[in-house]
Structure formats: C-alpha cells, structure tokens
Design a protein around this ligand. Structure first.
Ligand code: G6Q
Length: 545
C-alpha cells in the first residue's frame, strides 16, 4: 500500500499525463503540422550550439506542459542542485556523483568531505598534460630509447567505452603518428589482435581501471606485461611502458607500476561517467591537452545550461521528458540513436552503457519495486548504414521506436557531394518517419491495388533531430553531457539510483566461482544446476589446453 502511494505513477502529474495520453495518442503528426504551419520553427531549442528540433513528436503544447509539471513535482531542480553540490546522491554506494566537477573551471569550488575537489581535478589534468606532451613530443622514451608510437588502452566498461568512443569521435584531431588500440575483452583474441603487429619497444600500455581488480583488465594487463617482458626480459622496462589510471594506488603498486606513473581519479566518478577524468588519458594522448580541455569546456557549457536554463528551454530536461513520454505512456521499449557522422560510430555503444547501466533499475531509491517501466533499451548505428538494414522495422514494423538523429552542418572530410547527400538522408528519414505515405498517395502513383498496403507508410514515428555545426572536441563534450543529464532527468523522475550498477558487480563475482572448476586437474564436485554442471563437464572433457 505504502509503495503504491509513494509511486510517481500515482502522482497527480503522472495521472494527468495518463489521461492526456488517452486523448492525444491517436493524433497524427500530419495533422499537427497542418494545424500549425510554424510548428517546425516553434518546437525547437537552440542552445549552447545544439539545435534540437522536437517538432516531429506526438506532442501538443499541453503534453509539454504536463511533462514539465511532472519534472517540477518530482523535485528535479532539487535533484540537480544536490548532484552539483556533491551530495551523496548515489545512495546505495553512499557516494557523491560529481563528474561535473571533472569539467569545472579551476576557479570553481566543490566540496566533498571538507575538500575542494576542483583543486585535485586540475592537479591531475596538469599531470596528464605534462605526460601527454612528453609522449607526443617523443621526449618520453621506451626502455630501449625508442620513442613511443603505439598506445594500448587496457580497460573494460566505463574504462574502455568512453576512451574508444572519444578516440574515434576525435580522430580527425589526433596525432596520426601515434597508433591507438583498445583492449577490453578477456577473450585472448582481443589482446592478441591488438598487439600482433606492434613493436614492444615502441608501445605504451595505459592500464585503465578504477578499482584495479577487474578480472578482464587485470588478466589483459598481466598478458601485456608478459608480452613486453618477452622483448626486454628486464622488469625495469615496465616503468617506461606502463602507466596506470586508477583510484587504487595500493593495487597499482602491487602490479609493479610506480605511482609516479599513476593518474588518479576518485570514487565520486562513476565508471560510465569517467571519460573526461584521467580515464581519458588515451584521448588526451591522441588529441593533445588543448583539444582535451576544449572538450571539457564543452561538457561544462552543457552542465551550466542544465543547471540554469528553465526547464522548458533546457535541452537535457526536454529530451529526458520526451523519453519518459514514449517509454511510460506509449510503452515504447527502445530508443534508436542514429548519428549521421562516421566519426561517431561508437557513440551508440557508448550510450548503451551510459543509459542502460544508469537506468536499468527495478527498485526506487527506497527499495520498493517500481510499478512503471524504467530505462529503455538504447541502440543504433551510424547513418546511412542503418537505412539499409534495420530502418525497415522503424518505418513499417509494429513497434514504436523513437529516434535521435544527430547531424553536423560541416563535414570534417569534405568530399564532392558526399556531405549534402548524407544530410539529405537525415532530413528525408525524419520526414518519412513523421509523415509516411498514405494509401491514397501510393495509389496516385499508379501502384496496383494489391501492392498498396505493402507500400503504405503510416508515419507518425517520432524523432529528435540534433543539428550541430561541426564535430569538434567541444561539441563532443556537449553531446555526451546532454545525454548524461537526460539520463539524470529520467532517473530523478523514476526515483531510482542512476549511479549504482549491482548487475555489473554480480558479473564480477559469478565467473570467479567457476574458474577453478574449469582449471582444476581433478574432477570438481559441481554443485550448480544440471545444465551448468553438464556444460562445465563437457567443456572440461573437450578442451585441449
Ligand atoms: C561503470 C561500471 C563498469 C566499470 C567496469 C570497469 O559505470 O561500473 O562498466 O567501469 O566494470 O571497472 P574498473 O574501472 O574498476 O576496472
């Protein structure tokens, strides 16, 4: 009973939205646009260099007002202020959530447990900058005196997805004399393929792990150590070829990396919110300290916008609310993220962790099971590739899939007509999704009657279009922060802890139980279910190594 009373789904704002949904669910975008010739100019937000067109949604002014009321009633402003102030809003881990401090200017002051964390953030940034300059200039030498040409980031989850995504996104700003590889999977193939053509004498490993005990990362780090020592057979080489990014100095030292070569971050930085902390060392090595700081400035601009802009003009708030609208009222299960920018090819994968690890929760902050749906499934591929595969289902399937189209006015590699063709596809897709093609239109084209249903497009498929000027480091920072805060907005409304990840922790311990059962020489006494027992026995019987 108590749970029901407390549930946001029982609040006045929510029930008003539910009633409103029943009224507007049948509205057609075609009619909405016909009724207001300026809808496409009115339902836009142009802030901090991002133009968001949210007109192609099944929403009216009233929908937006009701959603904004929901945000207000859920105390979103209070939640935002609490996060920025360093309150321990990650309640299950009793931690502050301060990725915003990582991009705060040097003059800012953010106190955690009596200390201004901004001072520490900038000290690490300076240490990273100094190190990156030395590697990039060739001053930092490998053990045999050769300069570093290859950088291998070893990490997983939040210690991998951000670095890979940012490296790919900012490749056009990177030093092309340096070769970057990313090893994450405990599958030996990942390490083997990443290093097979590298000269150990020119290779630097960045071991990125907040805890420095993650099975995959430590296994890969030890293999990297063995790989290097095959060339040098002298432990002293480690200091020239390994650096660590971690919060755990003790484990770093145990591994054999001098803490002088360790770049620190803090427990108030969640893994999936860490790409602009020292976890971004590989990014800074690639693009240099100035570009890295420009990226931080982009993040910070979006942070300030989120903190200060009124909700109706607030990009992350609006995007978060629209996600709630489809997720909780239309019962949409997924959101497709479709960047029309090849450099953002890993952005959907990055967002999958950010969104799904944050909001894939089934209980509220008080531990009550939610009686509404939480985080949607995020997925996507860069345009135009997706158009030749899964867009079919978005256009004509039976599932409602709100889409985020992300595009840039300026091409980083202008080439003939390519960019106009790319952009034409963005605009055409959002148009087709929204307005479709009626049976009358199809008939008027001379289509045979029997074929008409197949060639008819219902339309009314919602999308956001995010249009930016150019993919710069700053633009990347803004985009990532936009999604971070949209996720925050959703989490605040669903009343869940968007900053823990007990599901990941479970994975970290489960496999450890089985490892000895696979490796033991004598027949293990298996106590799993019959399926797991049989699989383990079969593997043991057939394995050759
Ligand atoms: C992120 C998660 C998770 C984490 C990895 C790596 O929010 O906690 O993806 O980043 O499990 O953890 P370490 O950095 O500790 O190795």
């Amino acid at each position: 009973m108590e749970t029901k009373l407390k549930s946001v789904a029982n609040s006045t704002a929510w029930t008003n939205l539910q009633a409103h949904y029943e009224k507007v669910k049948g509205l057609q975008m075609r009619d909405l646009f016909a009724q207001d010739g300026e809808r496409g100019e009115k339902m836009v937000l142009d802030a901090v260099g991002i133009y968001l067109d949210y007109s192609k949604h099944v929403v009216t002014d009233e929908t937006l007002n009701l959603l904004l009321q929901l945000a207000k009633d859920c105390g979103l402003k209070k939640h935002i202020d609490a996060m920025f102030a360093g309150e321990k809003i990650n309640i299950t881990e009793k931690r502050a959530v301060l990725h915003t401090a990582l991009r705060a200017p040097q003059t800012a002051s953010i106190m955690v447990d009596g200390e201004n964390v901004v001072t520490a953030v900038h000290a690490v940034l300076d240490k990273m900058s100094d190190f990156c300059e030395r590697v990039r200039s060739g001053e930092w030498k490998g053990f045999s005196g050769k300069r570093i040409r290859n950088i291998v980031n070893v990490g997983i989850g939040g210690s991998d997805l951000g670095p890979v995504m940012a490296y790919e996104a900012l490749r056009s700003y990177s030093d092309r004399n340096l070769n970057f590889r990313f090893v994450s999977n405990v599958d030996g193939t990942d390490f083997a393929e990443a290093t097979r053509d590298l000269d150990a004498a020119e290779t630097l490993f960045v071991i990125s792990s907040k805890t420095f005990i993650t099975l995959e990362t430590m296994t890969n780090a030890h293999s990297a150590r063995d790989w290097l020592l095959k060339t040098f057979s002298d432990e002293k080489a480690i200091a020239r070829h390994f650096v660590a990014v971690s919060t755990n100095a003790e484990e770093v030292t145990k591994f054999g990396i001098d803490t002088a070569n360790m770049f620190e971050f803090w427990d108030w930085v969640g893994g999936r919110y860490s790409m602009e902390s020292a976890i971004g060392l590989s990014t800074m090595l690639a693009v240099g300290p100035d570009n890295f700081r420009e990226m931080l400035n982009g993040f910070h601009e979006m942070d300030e916008h989120f903190r200060q802009a009124p909700f109706e003009k607030n990009l992350p708030v609006l995007m978060g609310l629209l996600t709630i609208w489809y997720n909780n009222f239309f019962q949409a299960q997924t959101v497709a993220v479709l960047p029309y920018e090849q450099y953002l090819k890993r952005f959907p994968a990055y967002l999958q962790q950010l969104t799904m690890e944050s909001n894939g929760k089934h209980v509220t902050l008080d531990g009550a099971v939610v009686d509404y749906s939480t985080g949607p499934i995020f997925w996507g591929e860069p345009g135009t590739n997706g158009q030749h595969s899964f867009y079919q289902l978005i256009h004509q399937g039976t599932k409602l899939i709100p889409c985020d189209f992300i595009a840039f006015v300026e091409a980083l590699n202008p080439l003939g007509r390519h960019h106009d063709l790319l952009m034409a596809n963005v605009f055409a897709q959002t148009e087709a999704l929204a307005f479709g093609k009626t049976a009358e239109q199809v008939k008027a084209e001379g289509t045979a009657d029997w074929l008409v249903p197949h060639r008819t497009f219902e339309g009314n498929r919602p999308s956001n279009t995010l249009l930016l000027e150019k993919l710069t480091p700053s633009a990347l920072g803004k985009l990532v922060a936009l999604y971070e805060h949209s996720v925050f907005t959703q989490g605040a409304i669903w009343n869940i802890d968007s900053f823990d990840q007990w599901g990941v922790e479970l994975g970290k311990v489960l496999a450890q139980r089985i490892v000895p059962e696979l490796e033991s020489k004598s027949e293990p006494d298996l106590k799993h279910d019959s399926s797991t027992n049989a699989l383990i026995r079969r593997y043991r019987k057939l394995k050759t190594h």
